[in-house]
Design a protein around this ligand. Sequence first.
Ligand SMILES: NC(=O)c1ccc[n+]([C@@H]2O[C@H](COP(=O)([O-])OP(=O)(O)OC[C@H]3O[C@@H](n4cnc5c(N)ncnc54)[C@H](OP(=O)(O)O)[C@@H]3O)[C@@H](O)[C@H]2O)c1
Length: 323
Amino acid sequence: MRVQLIGLGSIGKNLLKLISEKAPTIGQSLGEKLEVVSVSDTTGTVITDGMPLSRIIQAKEAGGLRTLDSFEKINARSAISDLESDLVVEITQSTKDGRPGIDHILAAFDSGKDVVTANKSVLVSDFDLIGTAKEMKRSLRYEATVCGGLPVFNLMDYCMKPAKIIAVEGIFNATSTFVISQMEEGKSQSFARSEAMRIGIAERDQSDDLAGIDSARKGTILHRRIFGSSLTLKDAAISCREHDIAGGLRQVTEVTSKGVSVKYQEIDGKSIYSSARGPAMLIRFNTDVLNHLTLFTDHDGPTESAATILNDVLLSKAEKVAK
Ligand SMILES: NC(=O)c1ccc[n+]([C@@H]2O[C@H](COP(=O)([O-])OP(=O)(O)OC[C@H]3O[C@@H](n4cnc5c(N)ncnc54)[C@H](OP(=O)(O)O)[C@@H]3O)[C@@H](O)[C@H]2O)c1
């Protein structure tokens, strides 16, 4: 299976590492080798031609992709259109208008390629991409867009079919929990924010995390999926102010048929959120027949999201075989 990687940030580097480390498991699952044929960032594209993926990570962390012999000044869109592959992993950063992610995904569909993405801004800006994929008989998997390492859509798609989801609530943003937990340990907010960036859990614009935008994006995607609505990010009620962040609070998102809200909420020992510390995340489904179903992780970050993306790549192939 030939895969192209678009975006080599926190998740991209972890994904390449995981693909190297898990090669035997991946081969067993796919029934063939997973070959990363190209890797693109904003500077251009490396055509890997079988080179060890660790060399690409080293180059990215040292002088950049352009230091590799097989680097070409081809932008991601051209790489998708011009190079042969089966699937594109789109993991550029989330933006206000979902671009360039949307353009990359449409270029992949036009070239007959399937897509896996973690880029939530893409679905927030153009949820109809899911329908476009179906019309074009392509696969679009997006498990990592909501709560990174937690299997939110797989749970909904495979384990909750008879259930009606009445509402969803949770801590959808690990950076906010991490920053507040550090402040509860006596660290300053600015130190905690730089730590969040260093360990790769923060969005490139960290205000997206702390001012509730990242959570609202996830809430919007869930609202559209669960209630079939046409809700946009602008409709979400976000009442998070970065300078109000303090110990004892957690950033809580609620998704009901009425809409999406994100706010900092005081928690006490009895709250389901009281065990959320560090880069933790929690999502709780309120349903009719399955009652309150909760997914919790004490650590969500780029490694966990990379594992979810890899799972989506493997599922994409399994889906094709089943057809
Ligand atoms: N980090 C997480 O834990 C997490 C979890 C779930 C979902 N997500 C989502 O996953 C996506 C990736 O996250 P991340 O943390 O890896 O982001 P990141 O560290 O900001 O990396 C983004 C990457 O995209 C590349 N890029 C941007 N514009 C491009 C373009 N036009 N062509 C080619 N490459 C381009 C950047 O290139 P340069 O390196 O050249 O700047 C960079 O390598 C985001 O949409 C984010 O919202 C992140």
